[in-house]
Ligand binder design. Structure first.
Ligand SMILES: Nc1ncnc2c1ncn2[C@@H]1O[C@H](COP(=O)(O)OP(=O)(O)O)[C@@H](O)[C@H]1O
Ligand SMILES: [Mg+2]
Length: 271
């Protein structure tokens, strides 16, 4: 495959990506030949109206679904050719997911929710190490002291922070977030975006799907989709800095912990 002029390889690269859903007799074209390359440590917002193919693209990038045709290279590996088990392995190793609806288990404490991904494919880790990592990840998102709370005892913003801690626990290179602020008010959205900015500043690649222009300006680059294709791809000027309001990881004075390397970068979210 081709390489950028500097010889580096994109972390994520899709070429001529096509996705067609079959609904009985009806074919729905969700992606019509998408080309996109994302380098390591980028922060990209993917925008577009409802139905434009954002979630379909995210599901393929995350290895949750396969394209109908086209290529997808993740860190040089052709993911489109892998079977479900192989994709699960790559997903576990490299990707953390955050969704609009948080997707936390209801009768399970914050700590146990965060610990969950370590129960799959990380069998070597003992209980004590798992719990320590989970505590570190919760600290990282400013939720120290809430370890024993159930999702119903937490606000929407706190639930989303638990979900981010869960996404971080495997130390993924890439965070994929689909409308993570879709259920949050603007102040809480800012707190959540502070966490994504801090994670990006410590070198993680963040791919954020949103239909809110305000939210997209927290990213460094904005890709616009329409009708299953990319219609623009621009660097964000006047990038918005998250405020680091009370309860954000910056305000919590997180010094990192076991959630990942270089955790102290959370402090950079301070205004
Ligand atoms: N599982 C599915 N089965 C059939 N059609 C689908 C499925 N998921 C998405 N689509 C269709 O694909 C198109 C793109 O959807 P989606 O990727 O969810 O868009 P967005 O996330 O931008 O709202 C839409 O026309 C949608 O109805
Ligand atoms: Mg969607």
């Amino acid at each position: 495959m081709s390489r950028p002029a500097d010889g580096s390889r994109p972390l994520v690269e899709v070429r001529s990506l096509v996705k067609v859903y079959h609904m009985g007799e009806v074919e729905v074209g969700a992606l019509g030949g998408v080309n996109l390359a994302i380098a390591s440590a980028e922060f990209v917002a993917i925008m577009g109206p409802s139905g434009s193919g954002k979630s379909t693209l995210m599901n393929i990038l995350g290895g949750l679904d396969r394209p109908t045709s086209g290529a997808y290279f993740l860190d040089g590996v052709d993911v489109a050719t892998l079977d479900a088990d192989q994709r699960a392995e790559i997903r576990n190793a490299k990707i953390g997911f955050v969704f609009q609806s948080f997707n936390l288990l209801p009768r399970t404490s914050a700590l146990e929710n965060v610990e969950m991904p370590l129960l799959y494919g990380h069998a070597a880790l003992g209980t004590r190490d798992r719990l320590e990592k989970a505590r570190g990840a919760l600290r990282r998102v400013g939720l120290e002291g809430r370890e024993g709370h159930y999702p119903s005892q937490l606000s929407g913003g706190q639930q989303q922070r638990v979900a981010i801690a869960r996404a971080l626990i495997t130390d993924p290179a890439i965070i994929l977030a689909d409308e993570p602020t879709g259920n949050l008010d603007s102040r809480t959205s800012d707190e959540v975006m502070a966490i994504f900015q801090a994670l990006n500043e410590e070198g993680r690649t963040v791919i954020l799907i949103t239909h809110e222009p305000d939210i997209a300006t927290y990213a460094r680059r904005v890709v616009q989709m329409r009708d299953g294709g990319i219609v623009s791809d621009e660097t964000v000027r006047d990038r918005r800095r998250a405020g680091g309001a009370a309860g954000s990881p910056a305000a919590a004075g997180s010094a990192g912990g076991a959630g990942g390397p270089g955790g102290s970068a959370a402090g950079e979210a301070r205004p």
